[in-house]
Design a protein around this ligand. Structure first.
Ligand SMILES: Nc1nc2c(ncn2[C@@H]2O[C@H](COP(=O)(O)OP(=O)(O)O)[C@@H](O)[C@H]2O)c(=O)[nH]1
Ligand SMILES: [Mg+2]
Length: 205
């Protein structure tokens, strides 16, 4: 009987993939190709993989405001309204992780509860990458809007460069949505953020 050779694939080539660093979409620092979260700023690496594989360069919008002002509820409801096309604009979630914020907020509100407090660490925030179709524009807008922790934003304002995730986001964001309560509206640091031309301020009470 004739014996046939068995082909055993050489797995060592996998190691070569570790030699190429993948830049994080938020802080632009290098990571291993199979990292789930950036080891420098804790942002999800899915944002970088999605941008590379789909060849899109989403703009980042920072939703800022003190803890408890209503950022999570506002962003969750905004995503729900955009996905239902209730305002003429249509939002389409890019990637499964992008619908968690909307799902959690809507599920809680439907039970007459509010969403739980946002975690401090960027790897536990809800990150939204969505495509928004605007009737007057031919090309849809690609946006990344993380639901940031108010405590982490306040810490970064008080101790600059202590939280790379927050700092990189604020530096790279092309616009900011600032939610404030009346007493915060008069505070210096938040005033400086809202006075930037690319910032929309919403006062909640
Ligand atoms: N009445 C009312 N209360 C709200 C609303 N949004 C938020 N809140 C209250 O504000 C708290 C904090 O909301 P949240 O969205 O988690 O704030 P965040 O810390 O800025 O993300 C909630 O637990 C509610 O008590 C709203 O639309 N209406
Ligand atoms: Mg929150």
């Amino acid at each position: 009987m004739e014996k046939r050779g068995v082909a055993i694939p050489l797995e060592s080539y996998h190691l070569a993939r570790y030699a190429v660093q993948v830049p994080c979409y938020v802080c632009e620092q290098g990571n291993l190709f199979d990292a789930d979260y950036c080891r420098h700023c804790q942002a999800p690496m899915a944002l970088a993989h999605q941008a590379n594989s789909q060849n899109v360069h989403p703009a980042m919008i920072a939703a800022v405001g003190p803890s408890g002002v209503g950022k999570t509820v506002y962003l969750g409801m905004l995503m729900d309204m955009l996905s239902r096309r209730s305002s003429g604009l249509q939002g389409l979630a890019r990637g499964a992780f992008s619908i968690t914020l909307q799902q959690e907020a809507v599920a809680k509100l439907a039970r007459c509860e509010f969403p739980r407090c946002t975690h401090y660490e960027p790897d536990r925030w809800n990150w939204v990458h969505c495509q928004v179709t605007i009737p007057a524009r031919r090309r849809p807008a690609e946006l990344i809007m993380p639901d940031m922790s108010g405590e982490a934003i306040s810490d970064e304002i008080e101790h600059p460069d202590s939280l790379l995730g927050v700092r990189s986001l604020l530096n790279r964001a092309c616009g900011a949505l600032c939610l404030l309560t009346p007493p915060n509206c008069r505070k210096g640091a938040w005033n400086r953020i809202t006075s930037r031309s690319s910032c929309s301020a919403i006062c909640t009470s």
